[in-house]
Write a protein that binds this ligand. Structure first.
Ligand SMILES: Cc1cc2nc3c(=O)[nH]c(=O)nc-3n(C[C@H](O)[C@H](O)[C@H](O)COP(=O)(O)O)c2cc1C
Length: 430
């Protein structure tokens, strides 16, 4: 367990709550936190509005608790973005510039959240994006998140840089009580994210291991020819504790990466990712070596979406890596409409970036996404309450989406279209 970092002055009389048997107090209003994603929660205690979170009721509450529970270096690593963090903040902010146009009297007594992708019907269009180093949050690590997602028939995309091996995550999911795919060749609830490293043999070996373990889609991340400049982590370098390992590169498998004596995946990536990656040679190559559905993650323009379709991908991942790569790129919600127009339904669109509420999911679906994923919320929920925390987080988000659908007057995911949203500027013209 990590020590609880509480460096705040809270007003006398503020009721306390308990984390791991230690008392703690949240001093910052959860709504205000929405604008402060990248700041350690301890940094502006003076301006904070006292508020207590004894039982989180939304994702921002969970984030607030995680900010207090995590070591500062882990919090900085998870929460921060590149440079001035403009894109990081924009990712969340832009959702509030979209208005939902609700329709009424449409019999919303039965709402169906299910969504199909790659031939499989999931319980919800909400999934979990790949994020590295989950054992920094809870000892169950990626296995806890995978089990939580699969138990709800939702999806976890496993990062290349996990702290539980891809095989162990697959076994943990298969061993869920009454898991319907326990013995099946493919586990629909697990996708594998690949960083194509310079040594293509190592990359191919990871693909083969993911196939063998039963992963049901391959997500290749294409926005990281080099790592973005994350100032928090440059000022205060993040190091993996000695008991936490890059589990996919340990032991006897030949896909061993230089992990720089226990430093973060960021360092391993800097030394191994291939900046020469390109459409013609590499996406074609990946397409040729696997039959798994292939997703390219990190698309922000209509031009690249077109190239991805030409290269034969099965889905497009609209993502700016949670604002951690090139600062000043658009928020993913801003990029989504041009991509949706270009794709025109030829392949599904998987979206992530800044999603923290059911209404955010609703808006992304309305603007053209088919599937909507969260990254940091899974880390924060895992920090809060392990596997159960991730289940509760997914439940909150699913229920918020259900409520948004009921109140907006629609009962099916596929019926959430552009008709339900307008940019605030259109109302400003009135
Ligand atoms: C701590 C952290 C680690 C990440 N690691 C990876 C990774 O290993 N592979 C990858 O493709 N994306 C990675 N991402 C990006 C996420 O997959 C996702 O695009 C982003 O977190 C979505 O934004 P959100 O956190 O606002 O939901 C990481 C993001 C964070 C915050």
């Amino acid at each position: 367990m990590f020590p609880i970092v509480i460096e705040i002055n809270f007003p006398s009389g503020t009721p306390a709550f308990t984390i791991n048997g230690q008392s703690a107090v949240v001093v910052q209003d959860a709504a205000a936190t929405a604008k402060e994603t990248a700041k350690p929660a301890t940094s502006d205690a003076k301006d904070a509005t006292p508020a207590t979170i004894s039982a989180p009721v939304c994702l921002r509450d969970i984030e607030q608790i995680a900010s207090m529970k995590l070591k500062k270096s882990s919090w900085d690593y998870f929460s921060s973005g590149a440079m001035d963090q403009e894109t990081l903040q924009l990712n969340s902010e832009v959702f509030s510039r979209i208005r939902i146009r609700p329709r009424v009297l449409r019999d919303v007594s039965q709402v169906d959240l299910s969504a199909s992708l790659f031939g499989y019907k999931f319980a919800s269009p909400i999934g979990i994006s790949p994020t590295a180093m989950m054992k920094l949050c809870d000892e169950s690590g990626e296995a806890g998140v995978g089990r939580a997602a699969a138990s709800f028939n939702q999806v976890q995309t496993l990062s290349t840089f996990t702290t539980v091996s891809l095989e162990d995550v697959a076994s943990a999911v298969r061993s869920l009580p009454d898991y319907p795919h326990a013995k099946a060749q493919r586990i629909p609830n697990l996708w594998f994210q690949l960083y194509v490293v310079e040594d293509r043999k190592k990359a191919e070996e990871l693909v083969r291991r993911a196939e063998k373990a039963g992963y049901s889609a391959l997500v290749v991340t294409v926005d990281t020819p080099r790592l973005g400049r994350r100032l928090h982590n440059i000022r205060d370098p993040f190091r993996l504790p000695s008991d936490v390992k890059h589990a996919n590169f340990e032991g006897n498998n030949s896909a061993t990466l230089d992990n720089e004596i226990g430093q973060g995946g960021a360092v391993a990536l800097r030394n191994n990712n291939d900046a020469s990656l390109n459409w013609d040679r590499d996406i074609g190559w990946l397409r040729s070596i696997t039959k798994l559905p292939l997703v390219v993650k990190g698309i922000l323009t209509a031009e690249d979406a077109e190239l991805a379709i030409k290269a034969g991908v099965d889905a497009i991942g609209v993502s700016n890596h949670g604002g951690r790569q090139l600062d000043s790129v658009p928020a993913t919600l801003e990029a989504l409409p041009e991509i949706a127009r270009a794709v025109a339904g030829r392949v599904p669109i998987i979206f992530d970036g800044g999603v923290r509420r059911g209404t955010d999911v609703f808006k992304a679906l309305a603007l053209g996404a088919n599937f909507v994923c969260v990254g940091r919320p899974s880390l924060f929920a895992l920090t809060w309450d392990g596997e159960e925390g991730v289940r509760k987080m997914l439940d909150m988000l699913n229920e918020e989406l259900r409520l948004a659908m009921v109140l907006a007057g629609t009962t099916k995911i596929s019926a959430i279209t552009m008709q339900f949203v307008r940019h605030e500027s259109e109302y400003g013209k009135l």
